[in-house]
Design a protein around this ligand. Structure first.
Ligand SMILES: [Zn+2]
Length: 117
């Protein structure tokens, strides 16, 4: 791991620790006094993990889409086509996410294509 990766890894560890503390406080408030069953701790903790996963997937997919060039050649006719970011809802293994993808449309061929495909 290089210095930048180490720095990001430490930042992530700090933020996850903060998130874990906030989520635990929220559980304590919602559950009130008394001893909760372990599944009352585990299930909401897992749901927070799924929310984090959805946020990471959506952010990373958007970053990748925005890194695509503005124009790309049509795979059929080689005409230069404009690349547009489009949003759509997809179901990830951790639940629904809003995904941003780059899609190019060739007017000559009347077809859309994904630049990464
Ligand atoms: Zn074309």
């Amino acid at each position: 791991m290089d210095a930048n990766q180490n720095q990001l890894d430490k930042k992530l560890a700090d933020l996850l620790k903060q998130a874990a503390e906030v989520a635990a406080q929220m559980q304590a408030q919602q559950q009130g006094p008394g001893t909760p069953h372990f599944d009352q701790i585990e299930i909401p903790a897992h749901e927070v993990g799924q929310r984090l996963s959805q946020m990471i997937q959506s952010t990373r997919a958007t970053d990748v889409a925005l890194e695509q060039g503005q124009r790309i050649k049509c795979p059929d006719c080689s005409k230069e086509c404009r690349v547009e970011p489009t949003r759509r809802q997809v179901h990830s293994m951790d639940g629904p996410i809003e995904l941003t993808e780059s899609v190019a449309h060739c007017r000559r061929c009347r077809r859309s294509f994904f630049p990464s495909a």
